[in-house]
Design a protein around this ligand. Structure first.
Ligand code: ADP
Length: 191
């Protein structure tokens, strides 16, 4: 059983790889971006609140995001392992997650960092904008999301490196090639 995070910049392929990893390991995928988008689509109060931040490429406030994740982690299906995708993104979220896991009597096994350079990320995100028309995939908002990642989220990698949990994998290349690379690295670390 594995409890893990996947951390990477917007466009690094986190969501795609998260689905493949969780299939392979038989664990639950929890994507905060997907949960937010679902709530936006359904027009729930959470979705209405989150939409203004998401469309601007800003983070949804920690208080909102943390309680959403706490609710999700309290559900039964995570008992056999999980992969958090897109959370934590701030130092406050790291601390909140630590508290949630402690309360559940569990802890993280692995933090997977997916790397890719900025030029490739912008290219991928603009390509996705044409195909899927996500409101937050415009050139301006993409720049903002990448900058926010660099400032707020990338430093979290050091926190998890210090805890001895970090596994880094290069996210460039064919999707299935990257998956193979990830699964090999995870196996090496006991997943
Ligand atoms: P990407 O990794 O491409 O930015 P996501 O689907 O992970 O895409 O997230 C989309 C948006 O959802 C983010 O830009 C942000 O507004 C919101 N979001 C997702 N996860 C979080 C989080 N942990 N904290 C705050 N906001 C979040």
């Amino acid at each position: 059983m594995t409890r893990m995070l996947i951390i990477g910049p917007p466009g690094s392929g986190k969501g795609t790889q998260a689905a493949r990893i969780t299939d392979s390991l038989g664990i639950v995928a929890i994507s905060t971006g997907d949960i937010f988008r679902f709530n936006v689509k359904e027009g729930t109060p959470l979705g209405v609140e989150a939409k203004k931040y998401i469309d601007a490429g800003d983070f949804v406030p920690d208080s909102v995001t943390n309680s959403m994740v706490a609710d999700r982690l309290a559900q039964d299906d995570v008992a056999d392992g999980f992969l958090l995708d897109g959370y934590p993104r701030t130092r406050g979220q790291v601390d909140a997650l630590d508290a949630m896991l402690e309360k559940l009597g569990t802890k993280l096994d692995i933090v997977l960092q997916l790397t890719a350079d900025n030029e490739e990320l912008v290219k991928r995100l603009l390509g996705r904008a044409e195909q899927e028309g996500r409101a937050d995939d415009t050139a301006e908002v993409i720049e903002h999301r990448l900058a926010l990642y660099a400032k707020e989220t990338k430093p979290l990698v050091d926190v998890y490196r210090d805890r001895g949990l970090l596994v880094q994998v290069d996210g460039l290349g064919e999707i299935s090639e990257v998956t193979a690379r990830i699964l090999a690295a995870l196996r090496e670390h006991g997943a």
